[in-house]
Design a protein around this ligand. Structure first.
Ligand code: FES
Ligand code: MG
Length: 574
């Protein structure tokens, strides 16, 4: 099937007899285009999250030209839309607060302008889910162009991973092992080029999830940001989207239940970021697919971790992963765990897409008989401390702590924790369980990545590098340690986490998938009756909307009014 020009959505804006169409054509002349350059052609919106403040996307300003080149070559008409940038490092309190804002912007731009198809450009953590959530709601033909990983870090004779090695060397500095001189050299070595974090952090995990969902051209998710191959991938994406519009292959045909199950399988087999749990649930929700925490735990038990990439595995980085075969190579090793008959933006079936996929380095992408870990990287916990669930990335934890009982040290919020954690009077030992409250979706607000609570200085100096830590926060995809995250419901809304007191015993048992507060139900009831809700975080503005609408971690932290099913009418353009 091939759409005729008058069947294009943009035809309502440009092609009818009325005054409006005349005005749209006149304004396109004002933009400097001849009628034959655009009339009757698929209009492709190139949504670009480039910004001077976002080092992970700074190359996308140029890269959009390659996308447009591809669109022109294939007979389409590209128009670039600058959209909100979500910079993981710079945006406070956390870009998670703004994921849903970019999702709204994406959806509404695609709906309100004369757009037949969309190319989405992003990759720094939340930008991938945000763009795809919005695009799923708009449901036009869509291709995602991943920003791609930055070059590997280098310092003296060491290869560094952004994020992961930052935490590690910061701990070394606090332990007195390195000084200011080394730190200033590290400052120039950790992140050496434009592009996303080059460990299997949130960015790499979500870009891989996008490829696994089938919304990128094959192999796109790990192409290094500054490789010439990134230009070629961008051009190929531009060519592809025009074809998708002609076929009217909308995102809803790609984003099926099978696709999301395969994306879950993928992120687990990559030993990917825990953030993917929240984002995939939210993206699935926009596509009308109910994905649950338990789907992650169920699938985790069937999929081994095969990506030997930091921080889950190690010692490799995303560039190694790319040249070892990238995501197609990885997926070819788990063919039997995937739904091979579903379509992608590039092929009629995933089976076809993986036909020529190969692995070129068995240490980077492990064979099934030599996995990095026997089971997927994430476990879902339940218990009286997390009735609606919690997650732990147990492959990045100290195995000795996966079954542990210890007394709680409770911090009511992040600032208090920062101020007091090194206070010797707290008497914190390696066996204690550090508990952070008030860091969830509403309480954080925005569920900041506070979940890897710092080890107190005096314990670091004794060589302690991991402890059981629990919170309703998230954790950076480049972090590691025995950190129980995403506790739902969060403490700010009165979840049981709010009732924990210093000295209470807490038992973590990952094998039993359990997290328990060893306090009687009667005592918890008594504490609950004394609990008063904290004051509102925002009196007005976007923060107030966020606090009112955001859902809990187990349902993806979307806005309730965006997540619910229902139609939005297409605007009348004539
Ligand atoms: Fe942008 Fe890590 S800070 S991907
Ligand atoms: Mg991150």
């Amino acid at each position: 099937m091939s759409l005729r020009p008058e069947q294009l959505r943009s035809h309502q804006w440009y092609g009818t007899d009325g005054l409006r169409s005349f005005s749209h054509r006149a304004r396109t002349r004002q933009l400097g285009y001849l009628p034959e350059e655009h009339l009757g052609k698929p209009v492709i919106a190139v949504l670009n999250t480039w910004s001077d403040i976002n080092p992970c996307h700074v190359h996308l300003r140029d890269r959009a030209q390659a996308v447009k080149r591809g669109v022109w070559q294939a007979g389409g008409f590209p128009l670039e839309f600058p959209v909100s940038t979500l910079s993981e490092t710079f945006q406070k309190p956390t870009p998670m607060l703004y994921r849903n804002m970019l999702a709204m912007e994406t959806e509404e731009l695609l709906r309100s302008y004369p757009v037949d198809g969309a190319v989405l450009m992003g990759g720094c953590d939340k930008s991938t889910p945000a763009l795809l959530m919005g695009a799923a709601s708009a449901d036009l033909p869509t291709v995602f162009v991943p920003a791609g990983p930055m070059l590997p870090g280098h310092w003296r004779n060491e290869v560094l991973g952004s994020g992961t090695d930052m935490w590690k060397y910061w701990d070394d500095k606090r332990a007195g092992l390195i000084g200011d001189c080394e730190m200033s050299e590290l400052e120039s070595g950790l992140a050496r080029s434009p592009g996303t974090c080059m460990t299997m952090g949130t960015a790499a995990t979500l870009m891989a999830a996008a490829e696994a969902l089938g919304v990128t051209v094959p192999g796109a998710s790990s192409v290094p940001a500054v490789d010439s191959g990134h230009d070629r991938m961008a051009a190929a994406s531009g060519m592809r989207i025009v074809e998708l519009v002609r076929q009217d292959l909308r995102l809803s045909r790609i984003l099926t239940r099978e696709a999301f199950e395969d994306a879950v399988t993928t992120v687990l087999g990559l030993g990917g970021s825990t953030n993917a749990v929240i984002h995939l649930i939210a993206m699935a929700g926009r596509a009308g697919v109910t994905l649950r925490l338990d789907d992650f735990d169920r699938i985790a038990r069937t999929v081994p971790v095969l990506a030997n990439v930091r921080p889950g595995g190690g010692p490799y980085l995303m560039e190694d992963f790319h040249f070892a075969g990238g995501l197609p190579g990885f997926l070819s090793r788990i063919r039997d765990l995937l739904h091979l008959d579903r379509p992608t933006v590039a092929h009629a079936t995933l089976r076809q897409q993986l036909e020529s996929a190969q692995v070129h380095n068995d240490d980077v992408i492990r064979p099934r008989d030599n996995p990095v870990a026997e089971e997927g990287g994430v476990a879902v916990l339940r218990g009286n401390l997390c009735p609606d669930g919690a997650v732990i990335k147990h492959v990045a934890a100290d195995p000795n702590l996966l079954k542990h009982t210890g007394p709680a040290v409770v911090f009511p919020d992040y600032r208090t924790m920062q101020r007091t954690i090194n206070d010797p009077a707290l008497g914190i030992t390696a066996g204690h369980v550090l508990v952070l409250q008030g860091a969830g979706p509403k309480g954080g607000p925005g569920m900041p990545e506070y979940g890897m609570l710092p080890i107190p200085d005096h314990l670091l100096k004794q060589g302690v590098r991991d402890m059981v830590r629990i919170s309703d926060a998230r954790m950076s995809g480049t972090s590691y340690g025995t950190c129980v995250l995403h506790i739902a419901p969060e403490s700010y809304v009165g979840g049981p986490l709010a009732l924990v007191r210093t000295g209470d015993l807490i038992t973590l048992d990952v094998e039993a998938r359990s997290l328990r507060l060893e306090v009687t139900d009667a005592e918890l009831e008594r504490r609950r009756s004394e609990w008063t809700p904290p004051p509102a975080r925002y009196e007005r503005g976007y923060g107030a909307l966020y606090s009112e609408q955001v859902t809990q971690a187990d349902t993806g932290c979307d806005f309730a009014f965006l997540a619910r099913p229902g139609e939005v009418p297409d605007p009348y353009a004539g």
